[in-house]
Structures are given as C-alpha cells and as structure tokens.
Ligand binder design. Structure first.
Ligand SMILES: Cc1ncc(COP(=O)(O)O)c(C=O)c1O
Length: 408
C-alpha cells in the first residue's frame, strides 16, 4: 500500500523566520519590547484598525475584552455551538453563561437564531469567522443596534453604559486577511481578536491580537494603554519601560493578568505579516481553488464557501461536507486516510457534544445544523508548503475512501 506523508497544518518555518527570531534572541530583549510594538503597528496598518494590542493568545484577548466590558456572574454571552471550546470557555472563566446558538449552512452563527437567544442578561455576542469565512456582520451589527434589542440591554458597568448595547466581540482566530463585503476583518465589529497559534495562517507559535474598533465615544488609544496594563499584572510600566534609565518605579492599579506577547513571538509575526498577502494568502487561495476544481466532479462533495462577490475567506481550513455518508462512515474515511499517511481533521465537534457543556444542560439535538454539519464534515489540509501534487493525492485518497463506503 502506498504510504504518503501529508500532515494537517505544519507551520511555515524558513530561514527568514529563523533569522528574525535569532535577531530578537541576540538583541538582549526577549519579552515584550520593540518588536511587539512594531508588530502591533503593522497589524494596525494591515487591518485598518487604529488600535491593536498583542497578547499571548486569542483566548487571552477574548477574556481580556469580556472582563474590560465587565462581563461576570449573572450575565449571558451568545456564542455559536459550532466552534472551538476557547470561544465559550472564556465566558465561563468570567463567571458568565455561554448561550449557545446554532449555525447556518455556511458554518457561522445564524443571525436569526441570535435574536431568539437575546435576553436582558445578554452582554456580548462572540461571532466566529469559521475557517476564515466572515460571519453576516451587516445583520449582526444591525441586530444589536435595533431599538427593541437595545431596550433589553441592562448596562451594569461604565463601559456597558457608554456602549449602550450588546458588544460584538469577534473571534477571528481563523480570519486574518479575510474580507466581508470588501472590508477586512479587524474593523467589522466592536472588537476583533486574532489568533497566531501554531496552526493558524499567520503564526507566532502562540499569540493573539485585539483590534479595538469601538464607536467614537470611546477613547480607543486610552483603552489600549489601559488594556496593556490590565494584560500585565495591572502594572503601570512594562518591563521595557522599566528597563530605561531611571524608569524603575511603577504602581499596580489592579490585579491584572499575564497576557503579554514576547518579542521573539513578534519577530515571527513581523516576517509573516510582511509576506502574508503577497505570498501566504495567495498560496492558500490556490490550494482552495485546486481542491474545489478537483472535488467539483464528485456529486457527494459539498464545497465550503470561500468567495462570494466582495466577501472572501482567509482560506484557513477547507471544510468539506460529504453527502450521503453516515457519521460512522465519515470516521472510517478518516481512519483510511490516516492509514495512508494523509492527515485530515474535523472542525468541530460541536460544544453541546462535549462533556462539560452537557453538564451545563446543552443538548446537541437542539442544534440540528451543527449536528448535521459535524456528521458530514472532513477538513482537508491547507498550508503554505502543501504542493499541488499533495492536493491531488488528498483528493484521490479521499475519493477512493468515500466511494468505497458510500452506498454500502
Ligand atoms: C475558533 C477559535 N477560537 C479561539 C481559539 C483560541 O486561540 P488561541 O489558541 O490563540 O488562544 C482557537 C484556537 O484554535 C479557535 O480555533
């Protein structure tokens, strides 16, 4: 039996990355410092969002923003049922209740179902741009500004009073560089949080960024300065400022977190962002197009959305759905492919199927689209170094496995 070696999503580590990380290591400054600042400026420029704060993960960024908004016990935050656990876990960390909502046929939270889930306890909505495909932001933004929804909102913190409505905190862990109706992610909602985890399109090993796009009444630069303090122990000076001559004195204004990014992480991010559009996204797009072309000949293949007018994916993961295959057979397909050395995956097992979320009372039968999607989904590898030949092998092995099982 022919055995391949196609991993699912290895990071792109080349000499440029190694050189820049080495330069950071030998610069004498390895924690948060000049490279993190530069990466923040580059991200602000790239996304068009004036104020960007780098943190050590998207999870940290999401929690930071929920806490900044004053989300806590007694509050509810609306989250899609079909996402990675981090999106909902942060709500639990804050002591609030994640209210899970079903998705639409495009893998993203269904705006109509959000409306049904809003109560007077709702403080935020966390839409997730799954696999890099932006959510329906026109509908979601309009919903929180709608008079009847606003009337339900009961502000309990200064920031909640100032916003005067539910906050939209986008989980853009997958969608750096995607467009919604011609506008880049980062400025599509109140706050957007990116992930630079090892499997993401742009990686710093671990890392994340918070893009503040709050309405004009907010002093975003001031909020960013405050969040920098909140993300580092509540300390009024970071290590870099303290290291400057005479800069030793500082204060602790609150028991803050330890969410800061390091300079050697930022060093990776700087190299990756410099070539993100001109190289990384182009290759990912080619891979999506090739998968689509090769798979469109199969009647059982349901292709994911990735381009529709001015809305365009960041081409993070190729979420294929297969018609006419039971969950058990889908699992067999994955087993066959793994046996042949082709890594595939499932994004995601819906949260109501997870032990912890079941204990909160969630039942997958209340999320029919999530369940149906999960049962038929197989994620195909997409990464910079995946060759066209690799893509052909993935499709050939997949088609062989599916057709051997479909109808049996
Ligand atoms: C949808 C989604 N949200 C949030 C996260 C958390 O990102 P991080 O690992 O940077 O905390 C992930 C990471 O896999 C994710 O896939």
């Amino acid at each position: 039996m022919e055995k391949h070696n196609i991993p699912f999503s290895p990071p792109r580590i080349d000499q440029k990355i190694i050189d820049e990380v080495s330069a950071a290591l030998s610069s004498g400054w390895i924690t948060t410092g000049p490279r993190t600042k530069r990466f923040e400026e580059m991200l602000a420029d790239y996304t068009g969002c004036g104020e960007v704060l780098c943190v050590n993960s998207a999870t940290a960024g999401l929690e930071l923003m929920l806490r900044w908004f004053g989300v806590g016990p007694g509050d509810e935050v609306i989250v899609p049922a079909y996402t990675y656990a981090a999106t909902a876990n942060v709500v639990v960390h804050c002591g609030a209740k994640p209210v899970l909502v079903d998705i639409n046929s495009e893998f993203n939270i269904d705006p109509r179902k959000i409306r049904e889930a809003v109560t007077s306890k709702t403080k935020a909505i966390i839409p997730v741009d799954l696999a890099g495909w932006p959510c329906a932001y026109d509908e979601i933004n309009a919903l929180v500004k709608n008079e009847s929804v606003r009337a339900l909102f009961k502000p309990a913190s200064e920031n909640q009073k100032q916003l005067g409505r539910i906050m939209i905190l986008t989980d853009a862990a997958h969608s750096l560089g995607a467009f919604y109706k011609g506008i880049r992610t980062g400025v599509l909602s109140d706050v957007t949080v990116f992930s630079f985890h090892a499997v993401k399109n742009l990686t710093t090993g671990e890392g994340g960024a918070v893009c503040l796009n709050l309405p004009g009444v907010f002093d975003k630069a001031g909020i960013k300065d405050y969040l920098r303090i909140k993300s580092l122990h509540g300390q009024t000076k970071d290590a870099y400022s303290k290291s400057k001559l005479g800069g030793w004195k500082y204060d602790i204004i609150e028991p803050g977190y330890k969410f800061n990014m390091t300079d050697f992480q930022a060093a990776m991010g700087i190299v990756e962002l410099q070539r993100y559009d001109s190289d990384m996204l182009i290759r990912r797009k080619q891979i999506f197009e090739l998968y689509s072309r090769l798979l469109s000949q199969y009647e059982w293949a349901i292709l994911p959305p990735f381009r529709n007018g001015k809305t365009e994916s960041s081409y993070h993961v190729f979420l294929l759905r297969i018609k006419g295959l039971s969950e058990e057979k889908r699992d067999k397909v994955i087993g066959i492919m793994t046996g042949k050395g082709v890594s595939v995956n499932v994004h995601y097992i819906p949260l109501p199927m997870m032990t912890y979320y079941k204990t909160l009372g969630y039942n997958i039968n209340d999320y029919p689209v999530s369940l149906m999607t999960y049962r038929s989904e197989i994620s195909l590898p997409v990464y910079y170094d995946l060759t066209d030949r690799n893509v052909e092998i993935v499709v050939r092995e997949l088609a062989g496995a599916v057709e051997a099982l479909i109808g049996r």
